[in-house]
Design a protein around this ligand. Structure first.
Ligand SMILES: *Cc1c(COP(=O)(O)O)cnc(C)c1O
Length: 560
């Protein structure tokens, strides 16, 4: 029997009504766990309960983001376990319980997910809220959550009876303190009170680390003085080559130092990561999406008719080319109607089913450049005229402390309000799992314009591909692998440009592609457009899925 994999992630999207995730990292974690269940890979997952979710986003009348707690009814989804464990934080004993959620696959296999919760009456008031809010609070709050996830998480697995775990998979660096607990366990098992270099080797053989972003802010670092205040143990933090660099505990380096297998989430991302962390071996396993989760009901019905068995065998989507084009178009129009109904109702908009519609939704933060399409509004208006109308649906939350991200949302929102006639722009509130599913299936073209090389992978374009929606995207992340020009979508590629001119050059390349490729095809050559839709499914849906991804993790990281 294959060894059990324990998957640690600060966020996991388990159900559309459980806001235990913020975005791509959590969606990927959920899709990973769902794929592991499908493939009967023995896995158990650990995360935090996040009773108040990440946050619910409202936009006020000026388009400024308001954040509200996203409470959910815990008892409807998860089951309390009787096991209790403790971690010490700032010298106080913090008691933890776990709630379980069963991820069930039609294969019959189940992956249990344990959600840690410090909201217990025996805890000090301030500690009861430590697991309430995903990415909430300050640096100290964040470190406490990482102590609970990494150290508390392993203790909880042991208390639940998981004595034999073959691999620990750290989804991003947030759980890196798991390595410290493993070192302590290893030393204790050998009857020692301090860990040795051999213990480090033992731990490394068990750990797998996936890094998810080339953006420096995405890598947690904590001042050693804070770490000592929270965790004590002043003697260990100065250990060079494990914990310490420049008076900081860097969670990425900790995870790198204690993992025997490390990967980035797309081929380009692994290359960039190798430049960032030159002393480490970094492999590439390109992300995917869980096919049954992200296929719209309309396309699912189509696949049921023409590709029997597609839910169990994502690779069989390669046969999509034989689906009759009229039926593809019909299914897409239905998915589009479902989206437009939601948009028109929720945002008091008047979008139409027969107008070319672009979708853009991701975390609102500077490098994602949501506003690139709006760089030259007059030129975009001319394109809208050329196309007989153009509709753009936006979505995405800014982190509560990301002021620039909020400004970007406001700018797009206000521009949308000032437009009329041919060009319509709507910013949808509260982008989440269900809106994401509607958008990636219901728009005609999926747009992505990050500042390269900062997009590690991106997965929303993969969801779009599954639903026959071609991407128009900057060549970065997964799109370098997924783009076959005029077949699966289009690259926005200005050629080589100086850093300072990048934005204008990318915008010009984007407008050029819309004018010369996307609009003529959509408006004047519908059968070729539908052919591209089918190639998006057949070439990209069949490959950029978590079935392929989890099998790669199995052979390269779990079974080695
Ligand atoms: C898929 C998804 C993401 C990730 O999309 P990216 O393309 O990686 O930005 C984020 N949030 C939600 C709600 C999603 O469904």
């Amino acid at each position: 029997m294959a060894p059990t994999v324990a998957y640690f992630s600060m966020e996991i999207a388990l159900h559309p009504r459980m806001p235990t995730y913020s975005g791509g990292l959590g969606i990927l974690a959920g899709d990973t766990v769902r794929a592991a269940a499908d493939q009967r890979i023995p896995m158990v997952a650990v995360t935090l309960l996040h009773r108040r979710g990440y946050f619910r986003q409202r936009l006020d009348s000026s388009g400024w983001q308001q954040e509200e707690a996203d409470e959910w009814s815990v008892h409807d989804f998860v089951t309390e376990q009787s096991a209790r464990v403790q971690v010490v934080i700032e010298g106080r004993m913090v008691h933890l319980r776990a709630w379980s959620y069963e991820v069930k696959s039609p294969s019959g296999a189940t992956v249990p997910v344990y959600l840690l919760d410090s909201d217990l009456p025996e805890n000090a008031e301030q500690d009861r809220s430590l697991t309430h809010q995903l990415y909430g609070g300050d640096e100290r709050y964040r470190l406490c959550q990482e102590v609970i996830l990494g150290i508390g998480g392993l203790r909880m697995l042991r208390a639940l009876g998981y004595q034999k775990i073959g691999r620990f998979h750290l989804n991003e660096g947030h759980a890196a303190l798991l390595g410290l607990e493993l070192l302590d366990e290893t030393a204790r098992a050998a009857g020692r009170t301090t860990f040795s270099p051999e213990d480090v080797d033992t731990v490394r053989r068990q750990c797998v680390f996936t890094t998810h972003t080339p953006v420096p802010a995405g890598h947690d670092k904590f001042p050693l003085e804070l770490v000592e205040r929270v965790l004590g143990r002043p003697e260990i933090w100065a250990t060079k080559n494990i914990f310490c660099c420049d008076d900081l505990l860097n969670m990425t380096y900790l995870a790198l130092n204690l993992s025997g297998y490390v990967n980035g989430v797309a081929k380009r991302h692994a290359e960039v990561s190798r430049l960032m962390f030159a002393e480490y071996q970094i492999d590439a396993i390109t992300n995917g999406v869980h096919v049954p989760t992200w296929t719209s009901p309309q396309f699912a019905a189509l696949f049921d008719r023409y590709i029997p068995g597609w839910r169990e065998d994502a690779f069989s989507l390669r046969y999509a080319l034989s689906i009759p084009p009229e039926e593809v178009w019909q299914a897409h129009q239905q998915a589009k109607r479902a989206l437009l109904e939601r948009v028109n109702n929720n945002a008091q908009a008047t979008l139409r089913g027969d107008v070319l519609t672009l979708g853009f939704a991701r975390r609102a933060t500077a490098y994602k450049r949501a506003g690139l399409l709006l760089h030259d509004v007059d030129r975009l208006k001319a394109i809208a005229k050329q196309a007989g109308g153009l509709q753009v649906i936006y979505g995405g939350k800014a982190h509560p402390r990301d002021h620039d991200g909020k400004l970007e949302i406001q700018r797009i929102f206000q521009l949308g309000q000032s437009l009329k006639d041919d060009l319509k722009i709507v910013y949808m509130e509260n982008y989440d799992w269900s809106l994401g599913a509607l958008m990636t299936a219901g728009v005609d073209v999926w747009l992505n314009t990050p500042h390269p090389p900062q997009e590690a992978s991106g997965t929303s374009g993969m969801k779009a591909a599954l639903n026959g929606v071609p991407s128009l995207s900057i060549l970065d992340g997964w799109w370098i692998e997924g783009c076959i020009e005029n077949i699966t979508g289009w690259a926005i590629d200005p050629g080589s440009v100086d850093h300072d001119d990048r934005r204008a050059a990318d915008a010009a390349a984007l407008y050029g592609k819309l004018e010369k490729a996307v609009v003529p095809l959509y408006c004047n050559n519908r059968s070729r457009f539908i052919d591209m839709m089918l190639h998006a499914v057949a070439l990209n849906g069949s490959f950029f899925n978590t079935q392929r991804m989890i099998l790669e993790y199995s052979t390269r990281a779990y079974l080695h």
